[in-house]
Design a protein around this ligand. Structure first.
Ligand code: PHE
Length: 339
């Protein structure tokens, strides 16, 4: 029996020493010291031995038990340390690895132009307002001195939702809405989308953008209109550009003028971009027609004002030298990333 214990001690300590991980060690503990482990069983069955052997085997068995217990505890500490080191190694981060970078987006060129125009007008004391894109016929035409049978409606055909509701053809209805709602003095700009029946080509799109402007106060004259628009155009295109006012016609302004900026490509000499005129048209403007003021509840004897409307695409095209209006709406990253 003593020999058996001796052998058991040798194999058990050897096995514990060799245990490769915590699981294996636990299995060894169960095998020798568990409820029906080999050492446990010897100690439990001591009663079956001849009385002379009992104290000897008991002593040796208990010694073996505690020896194994401390060997297992020691090995457990060691294996835990190894496991921890292994885990740390696996979780190690290589801070020198190249990072993943998210692509930064940028504002659409049309938004950039609207922002730039807005900044200029904010600096001149104007407010920014917005109006609905689905508009009443009254605001889009009637209140702008364009009655039902007026020929000016022909040039601004649009999508009609019903007899009196349509997709606005210009931002000018915001003039009327503002005059109805706010007291004089009025200084607003109104950027937004407008809609017209147009075949899509390099120069036309059925949806495009405008910025409307309106200034009303006592004693506003055509020189105020000129002063403000010259300043804005030069800020937008550069001090060295010439600005020209050309008589024109709009039913809601009188007198009316179209504003041209000198062609940047040829410096006014004439080239294909400016159709050999040396000038590029950028906006329509004029003194608000007395009838328009009246219809919106203002007294043309007491107040006057000017209005203008510019095409955002047109300005972006001229600023950045874009040759096809369709580029703005295609969401082609190669185009958009250039701005
Ligand atoms: N609404 C006009 C257009 O779309 C532009 C304009 C606005 C002209 C304000 C004069 C005054 O053509």
């Amino acid at each position: 029996m003593e020999e058996k214990l001796q052998l058991l001690e040798e194999t058990a300590t050897c096995e514990v020493e060799k245990a490769a991980d915590l699981e294996e060690l636990e299995n060894l503990r169960v095998k020798y010291l568990g409820k029906s482990g080999e050492v446990t069983e010897i100690l439990q069955n001591i009663g079956d031995l001849p009385p002379k052997q009992r104290p000897v085997v008991g002593k040796l068995g208990n010694k073996l038990k505690s020896k194994l217990e401390s060997a297992i505890a020691e090995k457990k500490d060691e294996l835990k340390k190894v496991a921890k080191e292994k885990r740390l190694k696996e979780e190690e981060i290589d801070v020198t690895l190249a990072g993943k970078r998210d692509d930064l987006g940028s504002k659409h060129p049309l938004t950039q132009v609207i922002d730039e125009i807005s900044e200029i007008f904010l600096g001149l004391g104007f407010r920014i307002v917005e109006g609905p894109e689905v508009e009443k016929d009254y605001y889009n035409f009637e209140a702008l001195n364009i009655p039902k049978a007026h020929p000016a409606r022909d040039m601004q055909d649009s999508f009609y939702i019903s007899e009196d509701i349509l997709l606005r053809t210009h931002t000018s209805p915001v003039q009327v809405r503002t005059m109805e709602e706010t007291d004089v003095p009025v200084r607003i700009i109104a950027p937004g989308r407008v809609y017209r029946v147009d075949e899509v080509d390099a120069n036309h799109s059925p949806v495009f953008h405008q910025v409307e402007g309106l200034m009303i106060d006592k004693n506003i004259s055509f020189s105020n209109l000129k002063g403000i628009l010259i300043k804005v155009v030069k800020e937008l295109f550069g001090e060295d550009r010439e600005v020209r006012f050309r008589p024109s016609y709009f039913p809601f302004t009188e007198p009316s003028a179209e504003v041209d900026v000198s062609c940047a490509l040829c410096g006014g000499e004439g080239c294909s971009t400016c159709s050999d005129t040396g000038w590029l048209e950028i906006l329509g403007s004029g003194m608000v027609h007395p009838r328009v003021l009246e219809m919106s509840g203002l007294d043309p004897q007491k107040v006057s004002g000017f209005a203008f409307g510019m095409g955002i695409e047109r300005i972006a095209i001229l600023k950045y030298g874009i040759t096809d209006i369709r580029r703005f709406y295609e969401n082609d990253m190669r185009f958009l990333q250039q701005f």
